[in-house]
Write a protein that binds this ligand. Structure first.
Ligand SMILES: NC(=O)c1ccc[n+]([C@@H]2O[C@H](COP(=O)([O-])OP(=O)(O)OC[C@H]3O[C@@H](n4cnc5c(N)ncnc54)[C@H](OP(=O)(O)O)[C@@H]3O)[C@@H](O)[C@H]2O)c1
Length: 221
């Protein structure tokens, strides 16, 4: 699979790119600055010998890929998504975005659509199949490739085939995927990250995560 990661110069996107490159996927790092994307792609390629990792502008990266991952701050969606809309048309787009505001009275600050994923779906339009996922997989865990990640991949979206594709992408980096249904559940999923960020601060961690109990052995753990 050829995966574009918009904002892939950041910690979360680079961590996803590294895990997927090591799993044998082709990675295209996207950035507002193609030179910055190329530099990050070089760093990741050095950590994943034999993998194909390229860097491009966000617009070119989206157009070049089979699946597009949004690894941008929530504040960057309104500016970035219109220019990548054509490149995302007909594709599975994965939103990792969490609308957090640090330093104010409220950490979780979702947009009027209810979640960053629904905001992205609205801007990209109905021809893009949006899946919300990876909000609970800390960048710190993604970059520590000496061990598997002990966290479930909770994902939701309006298209069952798209959810299956993202579950397979998660499985390729060793994550157990839990399908939590329609995109209207993206707000609650994104909100869990506000809880995890608070746990991290309270207990001086970088990598708290979440696992679902009760599914039994038949569901992979
Ligand atoms: N960090 C985590 O552990 C974690 C875990 C789960 C989910 N997430 C979510 O994943 C997303 C990325 O997280 P991150 O920690 O990697 O974020 P980040 O480092 O703050 O940003 C990622 C990249 O986005 C680009 N960017 C920054 N501001 C932008 C803007 N205003 N408009 C467009 N692009 C902008 C930058 O790339 P260029 O300057 O190269 O364009 C930056 O390298 C966030 O929504 C976050 O909530 C993060």
């Amino acid at each position: 699979m050829r995966i574009a990661i918009l904002g892939g110069t950041g910690k979360e996107g680079a961590g996803l790119g590294l895990r997927w490159a090591q799993a044998g996927h082709e990675i295209v790092i996207g950035s507002r600055d193609a030179g910055r994307a190329a530099a990050k792609a070089g760093e990741l390629a050095a950590q994943a010998p034999g993998a194909r990792v390229e860097g491009m502008s966000n617009r070119d990266a989206a157009a070049a890929a089979d699946v597009v991952v949004l690894a941008l701050p929530a504040a960057g969606l309104q500016q970035t998504l219109p220019e990548v809309k054509d490149g995302c048309r007909g594709k599975v787009v994965v939103s990792t975005v969490v609308p957090l505001t640090f330093g104010g009275g409220r950490l979780f600050t979702p947009p009027p659509q209810g979640s960053s994923a629904e905001e992205a779906q609205e801007i990209l339009g109905p021809e893009t199949r949006l899946v919300a996922a990876f909000h609970h997989i800390a960048a710190h865990e993604l970059s520590a490739t000496d061990h598997t990640i002990a966290c479930d991949l909770l994902l939701c979206g309006g298209d069952a085939e798209a959810r299956k594709t993202v579950a397979e992408l998660g499985a390729s980096m060793g994550l157990r995927a839990i399908d939590v249904g329609p995109l209207t559940n993206a707000g609650p999923l994104e909100g869990i990250t506000a809880v995890l960020a608070t746990v991290n601060r309270r207990y001086k961690l970088k990598n708290s995560g979440i696992q679902i109990t009760g599914l039994g052995e038949s569901h992979g753990r």
